[in-house]
Design a protein around this ligand. Structure first.
Ligand code: IPE
Ligand code: IPE
Ligand code: MG
Length: 253
């Protein structure tokens, strides 16, 4: 079984994909949104427990208003189209981010989809929309301070106040589009994530490539600051031999 339980994806490269085809950036977003269902299905197939998709960052608000409004429309279209399938596949859907600035009908649809799937016990699917990692951390700190004015905060206090604490730490972060940066995504949750950057632009990303990446990364050794199990074994053998020598010396002297 794979040790990759929580996968996060920065779905990047829509605009460049469209530009290369002499199309407007918006075309890239439309094509990109049709890839989402395929990747959700693939994650479910291979038994990933949580999938978090970066769809719109707090910084993306500074894009031209037409582009921003197309992204809202695509989110709405996705939810309308996929609601039934999410339910059927026992997928628990949630949006993380500051969604209050979104059009009212989009917010209503998000809430409706969230409550419709709230009892699902399968894949935890999260859309990061109007999301910023720094904003998420500051929000958690403020919440804690209001609730505990004179206490110092622990790591658990912070983790439990993130937007969706139950998804836990990220095991693997994939970024499409070729850039090698994190762009304010899940800063706290990615402390020990494996990172994978693919040159494929999001509209050309496939379930096949997704599964290949998971397979590839599952083979990596994750040490979490420790030494390799083999080195650790070697060290304990040396330590045991050392102790034995000290003991024998003690008995003989
Ligand atoms: C990712 O694609 C989608 C969003 C950020 C909303 P981009 O729109 O950033 O595409 P590029 O990176 O400019 O190609
Ligand atoms: C990151 O992509 C955000 C999303 C994919 C939603 P950007 O295209 O906004 O990131 P930068 O500007 O290249 O860092
Ligand atoms: Mg981009």
């Amino acid at each position: 079984m794979s040790n990759i339980k929580h996968v996060a994806i920065i779905m990047d490269g829509n605009g460049r994909w469209a530009k290369k085809r002499f199309r407007p950036r918006i075309w890239g977003h439309v094509r990109g949104s049709s890839v989402v269902s395929e990747i959700v299905q693939a994650a479910d197939d291979i038994n990933v427990k949580a999938l978090t998709l970066y769809a719109f960052s707090t910084e993306n608000w500074s894009r031209p208003v037409e582009e921003v409004s197309i992204l809202f429309k695509l989110l709405k279209k996705f939810l309308l189209k996929e609601q039934a399938r999410l339910l059927k596949n026992n997928i628990h859907f949630k949006v993380i981010g500051e969604i209050n600035g979104l059009p009212e009908d989009t917010v209503t649809l998000i809430k409706e989809t969230e409550s419709l799937t709230a009892k699902a016990t399968g894949l935890k699917l999260t859309f990061a929309f109007s999301y910023g990692g720094r904003c998420e951390i500051v929000r958690a700190v403020n919440q804690f301070q209001i609730q505990n004015p004179s206490k110092l905060m622990t790591e658990d206090d912070l983790s439990s106040r993130l937007y969706r604490p139950e998804t836990g730490d990220v095991d693997l972060m994939i970024r499409t589009g070729g850039e090698q940066r994190i762009s304010n995504f899940l800063l706290w949750q990615m402390a020990y994530a494996e990172l994978y950057f693919t040159p494929s632009k999001w509209p050309e990303f496939t379930a096949h490539e997704f599964k290949r990446i998971i397979e590839h990364v599952s083979g990596r050794e994750r040490r979490f600051g420790n030494v390799t199990p083999q080195a650790s074994f070697q060290l304990s053998v040396e330590r045991a031999e050392n102790n034995k020598a000290v003991f024998v010396q003690g008995v003989l002297s």
